[in-house]
Design a protein around this ligand. Sequence first.
Ligand SMILES: [Zn+2]
Ligand SMILES: [Zn+2]
Length: 174
Amino acid sequence: MQVNVAQLLRAPIGSVRDYEINQVMDVTGGGVDSPVQGRVRLMRTNRSILVKGTLDTVVRLTCSRCLGQFSCPLKLNIEEEYFPTTDVVTGAAIDVPDEPGSFTIDENHILDLTEAVRQYALLAVPMKPLCAENCAGLCPVCGQNLNQGPCGCPSREADPRWAELSKLKKEKGN
Ligand SMILES: [Zn+2]
Ligand SMILES: [Zn+2]
């Protein structure tokens, strides 16, 4: 996911270039490639290249309720500043602003979006992924995935011990 920005670095401040992104990469670092598609706009600023755009990707996640694997679409709204490390005209080294986590453009004027995409994707992944809003989860008794149908264990309502428990809860006012 690399863009040569040598020309843009020579262009006047405010110049923009649009790029269509359509690639595959290991977005989550889990060894599985995901498609990454969308558009980014690169703008020359007085000190950097500003990258803005929206990328769509799909990652494989494990449902926190039923432990099943599912595909989760992610939308990444990327906005990052990339600082040049080499002056495009003179070839002299440029001091990069001392901002933690800032991205740089390498000495060959290549701007690499890969790390930004990875970071944005990790932030976009839900803390407790669910394969579906109404995922039925696993049976607490036999462990069957209840999305695939009932398991044959007595249901909670039918189990007198559960009925007793819920009565207790009601009395307590919960
Ligand atoms: Zn699930
Ligand atoms: Zn069961």
